[in-house]
Design a protein around this ligand. Structure first.
Ligand SMILES: Nc1ncnc2c1ncn2[C@@H]1O[C@H](COP(=O)(O)OP(=O)(O)O)[C@@H](O)[C@H]1O
Ligand SMILES: [Mg+2]
Length: 221
């Protein structure tokens, strides 16, 4: 079985996908076969008769083995709204057991599988489950991507606490510098580092365009 990781973050739009791609590249640089999953994506467009999501397509493309799109992204919704609302709108119920099955299939094929969550840690997926429940059922160590911007210290601490409360293991965190000229950037990262025993895996600098090869080199653990 593959080594697996679950990627969550402090919010939506803070660098989970870029971090997932960089981590995939990092393990590929070590000669490993790497697959990625974006099990639930809201905000999809029709392409060749299928709903497809931009993040999931990037993860699909970065994979070491060519997979059908649906293996990477089993739940694709057109509306860019919270997944439980997007799913209800499409008349679909997100079933965690289905995602776990799909994950296990991928885990048989590769050395490493990275699973990108959706939104933050407590985003609802259906009437009962939130992202934390998915991470728990997958039983994967969690990597937290912190979008470094004003407010992120609080968001990071809340996320680390909630992961611990859920009984999940936090493998590490990534400082994702999503703002061009963030004031007191280093101080923010240092404050979060001090507040948690979870290791800092990488600081991803602000980039005008995505470059996973460059970001992969920033991963130190
Ligand atoms: N290191 C970075 N430097 C500059 N912009 C970034 C960086 N990481 C993310 N972004 C910006 O944030 C957007 C959302 O990133 P993404 O990885 O898709 O976030 P998420 O998966 O958390 O929604 C990107 O399209 C990009 O504009
Ligand atoms: Mg994403």
């Amino acid at each position: 079985m593959a080594q697996g990781f679950f990627i969550t973050g402090t919010d939506t739009g803070i660098g989970k996908t870029w971090s997932t791609l960089a981590l995939m590249q990092y393990y590929q640089n070590q000669g490993k076969t790497v697959l990625g999953m974006k099990p639930i994506a809201s905000g999809c467009e029709w392409q060749e008769g299928q709903l497809k999501n931009e993040d999931a397509l990037l993860i699909h493309e970065q994979a070491s083995i060519e997979l059908p799109y649906q293996a990477v992204n089993p739940y694709a919704f057109e509306l860019a709204v919270s997944p439980h609302i997007a799913a209800a709108e499409s008349g679909v119920e997100i079933e965690l057991a289905h995602i776990v099955d799909q994950y296990r299939n991928l885990a048989k094929m590769a050395d490493v599988v990275l699973v990108e969550g959706v939104g933050g840690w407590l985003v609802p997926l259906n009437e009962f489950d939130v992202v934390a429940d998915l991470a728990k059922q997958l039983a994967l160590p969690v990597i937290v991507v912190v979008g470094v911007r004003l407010g992120c210290i609080n968001q990071a601490k809340l996320t680390f606490d909630a992961i611990e409360q859920a009984g999940c293991k936090c493998y590490g965190w990534i400082a994702s510098c999503v703002e061009k000229d963030m004031q007191k950037l280093d101080e923010n990262i240092a404050t979060i580092s001090k507040a948690t025993p979870v290791p800092l895996l990488a600081i991803f600098p602000f980039l005008e365009t995505m470059d996973q090869k460059m970001l992969a080199k920033k991963i130190t653990k």
